[in-house]
Design a protein around this ligand. Structure first.
Ligand code: ADP
Ligand code: G6P
Length: 489
């Protein structure tokens, strides 16, 4: 195995994330088919090559019987994946409950679910217990497969309790933890009843990573303010032990997108799309159907743009591709109906017998179709209310080297820090501002588009998923060596 710089990389990497890169669908008692999972974590990690890696996680399905578990374990082994089997009750309390109803909205500054605050507060203890139990189950599987010298890389808010469980098994394990969401201001984090347990557990890792410097700073502040520990430029210190904390901005495998554009299937899709939307500018949104993505706000801003710009009525179309996600969580179900209702109303208002202004698809698109859509787009709209990084904005830029379309990007996405100079930055809550930025983007002169695109394209092609992973793993190795040297002195 080789790294990008040609040096060998023989260390084994155990990637631990709640979601495996493939989700399982049962076809018979002992037969399974595997489908690609969606989400930024999976996309980024699949863009990393050259490590001797095993992926440990949940296959997104309840498998109560031993025959099914054995068959699924075998099917996943072919993809170098190792399953953690979670039963329905754990999934309900840990994944739907604690992870996606409590941590996810809180880390994105959306607070607890609006209509359900008291109920959520009441169920908190049992959900946190399930969260700890699930994390222990992940630790058991990691421990079973761990070999001396392996690097264990834990991912995301689902597994904040995991570093502690792993170090209890083996204090010499090299453990890193990376958060793919924002880490909120310590004033938000301190409202969590389990705030201290989560921080202490994460601090058991050797290296803790975030997408941006701000998220890392918030984490260190939470440790100093809530736990009374000392923050240093390197991280957080507790009784002489340092947990290194740093920012590692994620990227994508840009080459994969650029190469795909020249392939026959993508070229065919591009041709079809150009014919279908001839004479109209194409605006695009690609998101998981999640409350953090600001989809209703985006559509309302588009409506305002149409209200104020009758010239564009039959000359622009918004394609919103929203893959359903976490469909057992009530907040997500409400969001789906809300989006459908708004789209229906606007299409009723501005549509004609032959064309509608918004095409909304509740589905995942395959890679080739997605590349083609990115390539024909004139303006991409990424209006997340908060977002750890947002890789859709990177994917769009990677596919735009011919067209040089405009990216409208929320200032609350981590990507605003890297693509801010090339994008039009907006406050997604301000519908008037977003509507005005749509007009600005559609009317932008070619020269300015070119300049903005070059800035973003350079970033996306230079700071890749590969670079991100190599930096994290080598920093983890260095951190452990330095800690060993310190204890010897
Ligand atoms: P998140 O991590 O919150 O899902 P990101 O923007 O970082 O957000 O990553 C989303 C990933 O999921 C991207 O790789 C994107 O291509 C993919 N994705 C999102 N929606 C769709 C869709 N409707 N069809 C196909 N892929 C999608
Ligand atoms: C975000 C999270 C990931 C998660 C993904 C999809 O990217 O950071 O951890 O895998 O969303 O969500 P899901 O709940 O389907 O895994």
């Amino acid at each position: 195995f080789e790294r990008q710089d040609g040096r060998p990389f023989r260390q084994r990497l155990l990637v631990v994330a709640n979601r495996l890169p493939v989700s399982a669908v049962r076809r018979g008692e002992d037969s399974w088919s595997l489908e690609m999972s969606s989400g930024g974590l999976v996309t980024a990690l699949l863009g990393v090559k050259g490590f001797e890696a095993r992926w440990i996680g949940w296959a997104g399905v309840n498998v109560p019987d031993e025959i099914g578990q054995r068959a699924l374990t075998d099917a996943l082994a072919q993809k170098k994946c190792i399953p953690v089997f979670l039963d329905e009750e754990i999934v309900h309390q840990y994944y739907n409950g604690y992870c996606n109803n409590i941590l996810w909205p809180l880390f994105h500054y959306l607070g607890l679910p609006q209509e359900d605050r008291l109920a959520t507060t009441r169920s908190f203890q049992s959900q946190f217990a399930a969260y700890q139990k699930a994390n222990q189950m992940f630790a058991d599987v990691v421990n079973k497969h761990y070999e001396e010298g392996d690097v264990v890389w834990c991912h995301d808010y689902h597994l904040m309790f995991l570093p502690k469980c792993l170090k209890e098994y083996n204090s010499n394990m090299k453990v890193g933890w990376f958060l793919h969401t924002p880490f909120p201001s310590s004033e938000i984090h301190r409202t969590l009843p389990s705030r201290s347990e989560l921080l202490r557990s994460v601090l058991a890792a050797d290296l803790v990573g975030f997408h941006t410097y701000d998220y890392a700073r918030h984490f260190v502040s939470a440790c100093t303010r809530i736990l009374g520990l000392e923050g240093t430029p390197e991280g957080v210190e507790d009784q002489g032990r340092l947990t290194r904390v740093a920012a590692f901005p994620i990227g994508i495998d840009a080459e994969r997108f650029i190469r795909a554009l020249d392939t026959l299937p993508v070229q065919e899709h591009i041709k079809e799309l150009k014919e279908r939307f001839a004479g109209r500018k194409v605006m695009l949104g690609v998101d998981r159907l999640d409350m953090i993505k600001g989809i209703p706000q985006k559509i309302l801003a588009f409506e305002k743009f149409l209200e104020e710009n009758s010239y564009w009525h039959d000359k622009v179309v918004l394609l919103q591709i929203a893959v359903p996600t976490r469909t057992d969580v009530p907040e997500y179900q409400k969001l789906t109906s809300q989006v459908h209702e708004i789209v229906g109303r606007i299409n009723g208002r501005f549509g004609t017998l032959t064309a509608v202004p918004i095409h909304h698809l509740d589905r995942s698109l395959d890679f080739h179709k997605l590349c083609a859509l990115y390539a024909v787009t004139d303006v991409a709209l990424v209006t997340s209310l908060r977002d750890g990084m947002n890789l859709v904005s990177y994917e769009f830029v990677a596919c735009q080297d011919l067209k040089k379309g405009v990216l409208i990007l929320s200032e609350f996405a981590g990507a605003a820090q890297s693509l801010g100079a090339g994008a039009i930055l907006v406050n997604p809550w301000n519908i008037t501002e977003v509507a005005a930025s749509i007009a600005q983007a559609l009317n932008m002169p070619a020269e300015e588009r070119e300049k903005r695109h070059q800035h973003n394209f350079k970033h996306v092609t230079h700071h890749t998923a590969q670079e991100w992973a190599e930096m994290f793993v080598s920093e983890l190795n260095d951190t452990v060596v330095e800690a060993q040297l310190r204890t010897r002195q």
